[in-house]
Design a protein around this ligand. Structure first.
Ligand SMILES: Cc1ncc(COP(=O)(O)O)c(C=O)c1O
Length: 475
């Protein structure tokens, strides 16, 4: 367009466009500066007003709001108000599922769980604190809240074979792992003298703070005796360790004569001498007869913790905002199930009995079939949802595994998966790399339905026979 103009005119036009652009830019910049100034002014006014108004109130004291966006006044509440709050938290109040609850749970849930524990497990509740939270989320992080005195890298004793999530959590929190081996020849029970030796060996490297006890056990399917638990409590008391009782399989007990004893109950039976003992018990909606894994609900119970420590744990948990409301409702329903006399009680108890009976049958069958296989030995599946058999592999199979750069137990499980479609987890995942003499381990679950169970084990039996024949040692 400028091409037909004289050079002078062209120069003038360019200058006009340039000046116009600069002016627009300046006007825009001035507007931004003015806007920022007005926002800042507004904050300044509001901060001043907040400080003044708060300090003008009875029983309120507030430092000047000098920056950030908040005031943090101290309020001296009258006793009557504190009492009124206690009453209002007593009321049942389900919020909408889509809204936040308080950081740890809906207010009524802890009370509901406490009252259920008192009624059904006959446990005494003495100032215990229940926090509803997804079980695996809360696990070991709590240790890092400094629940015991002293400085230094925290050490936590955890079992082998054990639930691998503990390893992961302990790693996340840079905790020194002190593994203690369970006694296979004693139904995966505890060997206290070995535990003591392990702890002694770890002391130069860390400050031992806690011991994890999984009962009933994953991956072993064992249920500890009353005496076992008593011994562990005494050990922890002597060694000043917090007992971290993972009791998520408490409703999964099958073997005749086996019974779940909660650590809390055993602790209380030990009497006043142990009143200062610190115990954290863990439960989850993912196990038991509910088995609602996807809805992710759970709780922890803190026993023997003072207010200061409890509030630290709460602060730690609050970092994740509130737990899922659906998980909380599931926990509530688990503990608020129909009672005798309720309309749906008969149907409910029938359903629970049939689920438990089915688990019992499958646990028995698993133990029997595994023990009928060549070179396989399995402790009774007394609880939880798993068997953890020991398998003696032929040398040729171990060599074949080496050639494929696989651990021998993984080689066996992988072959089983390819030939039968059954998914088993090699023992090394649970830190059982083998116990010498070419013995290895794997975990298999009893979760599949009863209809699929018998054919599944038939496929496994045939696979095992063929595997053993294929890799049979020649000498
Ligand atoms: C021993 C043990 N503790 C805790 C958990 C975790 O429970 P959740 O899935 O509810 O977090 C599991 C899950 O398999 C488990 O086996």
């Amino acid at each position: 367009m400028l091409c037909w103009m004289s050079p002078l005119m062209r120069q003038k036009s360019i200058s006009i466009v340039f000046v116009w652009k600069i002016s627009v830019r300046i006007v825009k910049d001035v507007c931004v500066v003015q806007e920022v100034a007005s926002i800042k002014d507004s904050y300044r006014k509001k901060a001043k007003m907040t400080t003044e108004v708060l300090n003008s109130m009875e029983n309120v004291k507030c430092n000047e709001v000098a920056g950030v966006m908040y005031a943090f006044p101290r309020v001296a509440l009258p006793k009557q108000a504190i009492e009124a709050a206690k009453v209002s938290t007593n009321q049942k109040h389900y919020p909408d599922l889509g809204s936040d609850t308080t950081d740890t749970s809906m207010k009524f849930l802890p009370r509901l769980i406490c009252s259920s524990l008192t009624t059904f497990r006959r446990e005494t509740m003495v100032n215990e604190k229940i926090m509803v939270f997804l079980a695996s989320q809360v696990m070991m992080g709590i240790i890092s809240t400094g629940i015991t005195e002293g400085k230094g890298r925290a050490g936590v004793m955890s079992p082998i074979p054990g639930y691998s999530m503990y390893q992961a959590r302990l790693l996340q929190h840079n905790t020194h792992q002190i593994f203690y081996l369970l006694d296979e020849d004693n139904n995966w029970g505890l060997n206290m003298s070995k535990l003591k030796k392990k702890l002694g060996g770890a002391r130069p490297y860390c400050l031992p703070r806690a011991l994890v006890l999984i009962n009933p056990g994953n991956p072993k399917g064992q249920v500890l005796t009353y005496e076992d638990i008593q011994e562990v409590i005494k050990f922890c008391a002597r060694e000043k360790l917090v007992l971290f009782a993972d009791e998520v399989y408490q409703d999964n007990v099958y073997a005749e004569g086996a019974q779940f004893h909660s650590c809390k109950k055993v602790l209380r039976d030990l009497g006043a001498e142990y009143s200062g003992f610190q115990l954290i018990s863990l439960h989850s909606s993912a196990k038991g007869y509910t088995g609602e894994c996807g809805l992710r609900g759970g709780y922890i119970e803190l026993v023997g913790f003072n207010d200061q420590l409890r509030s630290r744990v709460k602060t730690y948990l609050s970092a994740r905002s509130c737990p899922s409301t659906i998980g909380q409702v599931i926990m509530g329903l688990t503990y608020n199930h129909p009672k005798p006399g309720d309309e749906s009680y008969v149907k409910f108890s029938k359903e629970v009995t049939s689920i438990k009976d089915s688990y019992r049958k499958k646990a028995k069958m698993t133990t029997e079939v595994l023990n009928s296989m060549e070179n396989v030995k399995c402790n009774e599946v007394a609880g939880a949802m798993y068997a953890f058999p020991r398998i003696k592999l032929p040398k040729k199979a171990i060599e074949a595994a080496k050639a494929k750069e696989m651990p021998p137990d993984e080689f066996y499980c992988w072959q089983a998966l390819e030939k039968t479609g059954i998914y088993m987890i090699p023992g090394h995942v649970f830190d059982m790399k083998g116990s010498g003499n070419n013995n290895f381990y794997y975990r298999i679950t009893i979760l599949p339905s009863e209809e699929t169970f018998a054919p599944m084990f038939e496929r496994l039996r045939i696979f095992h026979q063929e595997f053993m024949a294929q890799f049979k040692d020649t000498n």
